[in-house]
Design a protein around this ligand. Structure first.
Ligand code: C2E
Ligand code: CA
Ligand code: CA
Ligand code: CA
Length: 279
């Protein structure tokens, strides 16, 4: 058994090393990428289901990697979180998203709610509130035009600290959404305690709901609970007409997903709006 253990060890080591090396190269690349401005935001429309209007956008970061092309967050967000680079990256994302929202306003496009994903480390960092305040002041974006998407797990990590932060953010007029709702470890009691504006139903429920009775029940229950608690409810990962019809019939406020549009670069997003497809 000892022999086998040793063999296993030598068998796995090269693979571990390769992964560690890839990780290191991504980490080093991330540091440079911030300096070299290799990040770019794409924007995915959020659609009001009753009217079909485009009412919001979620900013989603991409990395224009010099060798590997356009990288999706799955390849670098977790690493950025582990090495702390998510804080400066998150700051860049917030600033860029606010600037873009203002730029579209100046181009005469109708106002929308800009949603930004906020990572746990960034949210808990001491400078987060001042940075948020400063960004709104410097870009001139109205606080009511900004929404932060947070996950349940990060709020439950330190409920007292979260409570204070959320109340301060909400007092500024910035909206708060629970992202991937239903997938985190949480207690529902926080929903009445925290100033949450929006529940975002995770795409895992949405993708199953037209085929699975249980997921359909969960989705309709979240929608009616959201309504009773006076929350805005949005479904993410809407891919089919059938899903869209189900959500609309059950009174879900908004939808987001490939059925409407994938995330687009700023120019394509503005083009979409100028075409008035979602007016
Ligand atoms: P998320 O916040 O749940 O974002 C939704 C993800 O689902 C996005 O992937 C989006 O492109 C994708 N998506 C949208 N519509 C559909 C659909 O109809 N079907 C399917 N299958 N997928 C759809 P993306 O852009 O790769 O982002 C992945 C995750 O990375 C995000 O999940 C979010 O957790 C994180 N992320 C993205 N941008 C940022 C950022 O700026 N900061 C932080 N901290 N995290 C980010
Ligand atoms: Ca999100
Ligand atoms: Ca989500
Ligand atoms: Ca999700």
């Amino acid at each position: 058994a000892k022999e086998a253990g040793r063999n296993n060890c030598t068998f796995f080591e090269p693979a571990m090393n390769a992964r560690a090396i890839l990780r290191q190269s991504i980490e080093a690349g991330l540091r440079l990428a911030l300096e070299r401005q290799e990040f770019v935001l794409h924007y995915q429309p959020k659609i009001d289901l009753a009217s079909g209007r485009l009412v919001g956008a979620e900013a989603l970061v991409r990395w224009r990697h010099p060798q590997r092309g356009l990288l999706l967050p799955q390849h670098f967000i977790a690493i950025a979180e582990e090495c702390g680079l998510i804080v400066p990256l998150g700051h860049w994302v917030l600033r860029q998203a606010c600037e873009q929202a203002q730029a579209w306003r100046r181009q005469g496009l109708p106002p929308l709610l800009m949603a930004v994903n906020t990572s746990p480390l960034e949210f808990r960092s001491a400078g987060f509130l001042p940075f948020l305040r400063q960004t709104l002041a410097e870009t001139g974006l109205g606080p009511a035009c900004l929404e932060l998407e947070l996950t349940e797990s990060m709020l439950m990590h330190d409920v007292h600290a979260s409570d204070r932060l959320l109340k301060a953010i909400s007092a500024m007029g910035v909206k708060l959404a629970i992202d991937d709702f239903g997938t985190g470890y949480s207690s529902l009691s926080y929903l009445s305690q925290f100033p949450i504006h929006t529940l975002k139903i995770d795409q895992s429920f949405v993708s199953q709901m037209t085929g699975s009775k249980d997921d359909a029940t969960i989705v309709s229950a979240v929608i009616s609970m959201g309504k009773s608690l006076h929350k805005q409810v949005i479904a993410e990962g809407v891919e089919t007409l059938q899903q869209c019809a189900f959500l609309t019939a059950h009174g879900c406020d908004e939808g987001q997903g490939y059925y409407f549009s994938q995330a687009l670069d700023a120019q394509a997003f503005a083009h979409l709006r100028n075409q008035s497809r979602f007016d």
